[in-house]
Design a protein around this ligand. Structure first.
Ligand code: RIB
Ligand code: CA
Length: 310
């Protein structure tokens, strides 16, 4: 089996961390590098957290690059209320000893893609600032991207505003560039990832693995369970970003349809909304493979089995 080369662009963030661990536990994937972006927490922390997770997974060899410290136009609005002050609330990890890779993530993306023969997949799970700037600086990378699989947007309500999901809302202008770039793109939005809920029962199964990475994942998820328990009907936390990696590993766990997606970049009311043309009335050709369903039990079986390997 030839492992599929991927670059993970992320803003760890607890669910990004789980996605990284799932990728590292899966021999089907070759994590060529990790690029980090400001999002859930500032760049200094996302770049730190990514290295903490690489070392937890026993992968200090993986190059971790720091990318953009802010969105293209908007002011950075972080999400410590969700992920904690460190971005990895609940995970008591030591400071990383592996250094950051030298050079900016955007330059790395350009160099690595220009040197490739089109076999690299971009797994994006944060604001799309790095990817957008790479496309703008060097458009010739677009035909060299095998596929972009991203967590972001959605066809239903948002989680930051009534209309917008965090990754897209944080940098809607970057998202507009990426969705219109022309690279093969699969979008996994909130309406799907909100069905990948780490319930208390599922967290118990992960905790019972008694493995180092699983223990950290359970500890992070338990911080959410405590908060969710205080919310009426709260039953856990959605594992948004691991859905990107699960899709690469087991696409049969998901259902997707080609549709046109536009990103709102102007309206104060709906800024960052992904407008998905489900009825095909826009006259615009599909520019994304939009995931519309997930086998959540199958997803958690995959995640649990793989965490048991670390
Ligand atoms: O809306 C969920 C997304 O925003 C996830 O990627 C989470 O990590 C945050 O970045
Ligand atoms: Ca993320």
């Amino acid at each position: 089996m030839v492992a599929r080369p991927i670059i993970i662009d992320c803003d760890p963030g607890q669910d990004d961390a789980v996605a990284l661990l799932l990728a590292f536990a899966s021999p089907e994937l070759d994590v060529v590098a990790v690029t980090t972006v400001a999002g859930n927490v500032p760049l200094e922390l996302t770049a730190r957290n990514a290295r903490c997770v690489c070392e937890l997974a026993g992968r200090p060899d993986v190059a971790v690059y720091a990318g953009c410290p802010r969105p293209i136009l908007r002011r950075l609005e972080t999400a410590e209320r969700v992920h904690g002050a460190t971005g990895l609330d609940g995970a008591d990890l030591p400071e990383p000893t592996m250094p950051l890779a030298s050079g900016h993530a955007v330059e790395f993306l350009i160099e690595r893609l220009m040197a490739s023969d089109g076999d690299v997949t971009l797994a994006a799970m944060g604001p799309l600032t790095n990817l957008a700037l790479a496309v703008v600086e060097e458009p010739r990378i677009v035909p060299r991207i095998r596929e972009i699989v991203l967590m972001g947007g959605g066809m239903g309500p948002g989680n930051v505003t009534a209309a917008a999901e965090f990754n897209i809302h944080t940098d809607p202008h970057a998202a507009a560039v990426v969705f219109s770039a022309g690279a093969p793109l699969t979008m996994i939005g909130l309406d799907v990832t909100l069905r990948a809920i780490a319930t208390p029962e599922r967290v118990k199964v992960i905790s019972a693995l008694r493995r180092p990475a699983a223990a950290v994942v359970a500890a992070m998820l338990e911080t959410h369970l405590a908060r969710a328990a205080k919310r009426p009907g709260g039953r856990g936390t959605a594992l948004h970003d691991p859905c990107v990696i699960a899709y690469l590993l087991r696409p049969e766990l998901f259902e997707a349809r080609p549709m046109h997606v536009a990103v709102e970049t102007a309206s104060p009311l709906t800024l960052g909304q992904t407008v998905v043309d489900r009825a095909g009335v826009s006259g615009e050709p599909p520019n994304a493979n939009v995931v519309v369903d997930i086998d959540a039990d199958g997803f958690f079986r995959l995640l649990t089995e793989r965490l048991g390997r670390l």
